[in-house]
Write a protein that binds this ligand. Structure first.
Ligand SMILES: Cc1cc2nc3c(=O)[nH]c(=O)nc-3n(C[C@H](O)[C@H](O)[C@H](O)COP(=O)(O)OP(=O)(O)OC[C@H]3O[C@@H](n4cnc5c(N)ncnc54)[C@H](O)[C@@H]3O)c2cc1C
Length: 260
């Protein structure tokens, strides 16, 4: 069995793993990082455009082999494990969870509050949006206030959406273009945004890790991204998961500074 000497070992090769590895390399160049992915690599860049065309022509998957054909539910599909994780299929919607989402306990007496301030989360969102090159427009909703503009202007609206926008605005209904991390034609409308499982918190009796993902009972073990969210948000979560991951990268890199 081959042996890989590493400073950091990341289990799972999805979006958050990629962002963690990239940022740790930026912060600590020369760090030996190993990513362990249980699934196979489906990337075939040489034929990428051919597969894109088959998505448009036949509604096939852009990454052949990324679903378990005989495991699909009635109206869905079952992803296999592979490098890229769920991001192989994601729709690129890069919405933020709102400040309210982080304060369910203090605002509504529900579940728990997240163990980090909105200011910290907002800063991490801005970085996640920069790294994912999110496009979007200023939102008319006060809850969407942001400290930095989107890195890219919004996606152009189709004719139908332009018409819808005109009607909505005539009726006094605020309309805003969905922030997105890339151009995308989704082969199916199905979405999936699992989170939680190793939730963050300050009390080891009710949480697995702190707000940086460091596990309470093992100082060298970090859980990053989606599993750490204590409650779900009002929208798609990948941007929040990446933002949390980038905060974890800051903390992990700082640990290397402390020990070297
Ligand atoms: C069809 C679809 C559309 C989506 N659209 C959007 C969207 O528009 N906007 C949005 O915000 N979110 C969207 N999502 C959700 C988004 O893609 C995920 O939240 C995000 O990609 C999660 O990234 P992750 O790195 O945290 O986890 P994952 O992508 O789940 O990556 C985890 C990786 O770990 C591997 N792994 C698991 N266990 C092990 C193990 N024991 N050892 C080694 N490897 C292991 C898995 O194979 C996987 O590659 C969508 C999801 C789906 C399925």
């Amino acid at each position: 069995m081959p042996t890989y000497e590493s400073d950091v070992c990341i289990i799972g090769g999805g979006l958050c793993s990629a962002m963690l590895a990239e940022k740790l390399s930026d912060l600590r160049p020369g760090l030996a990082i190993t990513v362990v992915e249980a699934g196979s690599s489906l990337f075939d860049f040489g034929n990428r455009l051919k597969y894109r065309q088959r998505v448009l022509d036949y509604g096939e998957s852009a990454w052949p082999g990324d679903v378990l054909e005989d495991q699909a539910g009635a109206e869905g599909f079952c992803l296999t494990m592979a490098v890229g994780g769920q991001a192989l299929r994601w729709g690129s919607a890069a919405n933020r969870f709102s400040e309210e989402d982080l304060r369910l306990k203090s605002m509504y007496g529900l579940a728990v509050d997240w163990p980090l301030s909105w200011a910290e989360m907002e800063k991490a969102y801005c970085e996640a949006e920069r790294r994912l090159n999110v496009c979007g427009e200023p939102s008319p909703f006060p809850g969407d206030k942001r400290s930095e503009p989107y890195p890219q202007p919004p996606m152009p609206l189709s004719y139908n959406l332009q018409t819808l926008r005109t009607w909505a605005e005539k009726s006094g209904i605020p309309f805003t273009i969905k922030p997105q991390a890339k151009n995308h034609v989704s082969p199916t409308p199905d979405l999936d945004h699992p989170g939680g499982g190793c939730r963050m918190g300050t009390d080891p009796a009710t949480s697995v890790c702190d707000s940086y993902g460091r596990t309470h009972d093992h100082e060298n073990l970090f859980v990053v991204g989606a599993p750490t969210t204590p409650t779900p948000g009002c929208t798609n979560g990948a941007l929040a998961f990446v933002a949390l991951t980038l905060r974890s990268a800051d903390r992990i890199a700082a640990e290397f500074a402390r020990h070297t």
